[in-house]
Design a protein around this ligand. Sequence first.
Ligand SMILES: [Zn+2]
Length: 117
Amino acid sequence: MTISPYNQGNEMNCLKCNERIAFKAKFCGHCGAAAPEREVSGRAGEAKEYAKDVLSEGKIAAREAAQLAKTGLKTDVGKSVAACAALGAVIAVPIPFVGPLLGAAVGAGIGLVRKIV
Ligand SMILES: [Zn+2]
């Protein structure tokens, strides 16, 4: 089993003695070894940036889906297409290589096909 210093929320393991130390600690309170602070904050920063990107993409997709719903709500087909588009956008948000807009398009397509077939 691999021991990772990044495995628990507000705590990590000391690289030297493997005792639990606070996530923000600069030194281990048990053996005094330096904690890997810089690397941890770098990774957390990357994750934060990624989360921000996903969130803004999701907002745009939700807006597009809402617009689609407004224009399509007059017919049953429109209702189904808009609902599936919104669903597709939400599902696709956590998948970086699909993207919420493609998800909305795919969802709209599924809704249309379902209504016609
Ligand atoms: Zn230690």
